[in-house]
Design a protein. Structure first.
Length: 321
């Protein structure tokens, strides 16, 4: 299927733990290939972007000679520079494991009734990176208006503010308070896992993701994140099981199919990987990451025409990528 085909993204969500993609925080799709590259690789990656842009737009006769080969080589090189461990790339691209919060799209809280209309509560729910957001969270928590799950969400969201401003120790304290206030809430455990992973404490990250899954067996992000940690720890079979579960609990998630496709590729089941990448593109035709992984695999398998189509599509979807 062409990466350009248009198909609507499924609407709605099954639980608070599966908020719409628009409610996630941090960055955008094109960050996936740049955000974590070391300086030298970033410079090389950006230089290749310029080269690809030139190849795509120069229409002179001399440029046309060998253009296809040059573009293919340049993109292939770029892919080698930019392809990162799936747990970094696809998280950013599909926003499936960022620090989680209640969002401005939230109408109700799972197990808690209607979301309060209190302005400080609503401001805290959005977790915008500005001082007024932190002040609103502080007031809502200190005002003693909220208790139970509502208060737990406030601690979770203030923790998310701290985490997204890289104040990880403060964030962990708020996640601890959220868990203490409502032990049945899965999201603070997930967010603790993200911080432990950022701190390279993979064992504790694994424990937190597992606990969030125990509390919410349909927690897509937790399966994807735990799968990423398991892959990093070289437990490929267990990682594959988690990505398979992600597809099971969220069959309309492009990120789930890209994750499973990546694992199929690692296990050298290339046809299954291509099928999953294609399904991801069917679900999200604008996913540059899905096109990139599929193009890379087509190229590896010597399917030049299909790889070329995806390479060209990547440039169309994001000329600056």
């Amino acid at each position: 299927m062409s990466c350009a085909s248009l198909q609507g993204w499924p609407q709605g969500w099954n639980s608070l733990m599966q908020l719409s993609l628009q409610s996630m925080f941090l960055g955008s799709a094109h960050l996936a290939t740049h955000a974590f590259l070391p300086g030298a690789q970033l410079a090389a990656s950006q230089a290749l972007s310029s080269r690809l842009h030139f190849l795509a737009h120069d229409s002179s006769a001399s440029a046309r000679v060998g253009r296809e080969s040059a573009a293919r080589t340049a993109i292939k090189t770029r892919l080698r520079i930019a392809i990162l461990p799936l747990r970094l790339v696809e998280r950013l691209d599909a926003t499936h494991s960022r620090i989680r919060t209640i969002s401005d799209t939230l109408a109700t809280i799972k197990g808690g009734g209607p979301a309060p209309s209190d302005p400080d509560y609503q401001k805290c729910a959005k977790v915008e990176l500005e001082d007024s957001t932190l002040a609103a969270c502080d007031r809502a928590i200190a005002g003693e208006t909220f208790s139970g799950r509502y208060l737990a969400w406030l601690f979770n969201n203030r923790g998310a503010f701290y985490a997204n401003t890289k104040k990880y120790d403060r964030a962990l304290k708020d996640y601890d308070k959220a868990i203490e206030t409502d032990p049945a809430l899965a999201m603070p455990h997930f967010n603790r896992g993200r911080i432990f992973e950022l701190k390279k404490d993979l064992k504790r990250a694994l424990d937190e993701y597992t606990r969030s899954i125990e509390l919410d067996p349909n927690y897509l992000d937790a399966y994807l994140s735990r799968g990423g940690v398991l892959f990093t720890l070289k437990y490929k079979d267990q990682a594959m099981a988690d990505y398979g579960k992600a597809v099971e609990v969220a069959p309309h998630s492009a990120a789930a199919y890209v994750g499973r496709g990546f694992m199929y590729k690692e296990l050298e089941d290339y046809e299954a990987a291509l099928a999953d990448y294609s399904k991801a593109i069917e679900l999200d035709p604008k996913s540059v990451t899905a096109c990139r992984y599929r193009a890379y695999l087509y190229d590896k398998l010597g399917r030049g025409g299909a790889a070329r189509d995806d390479f060209n599509r990547i440039l169309e979807l994001d000329p600056d990528d």
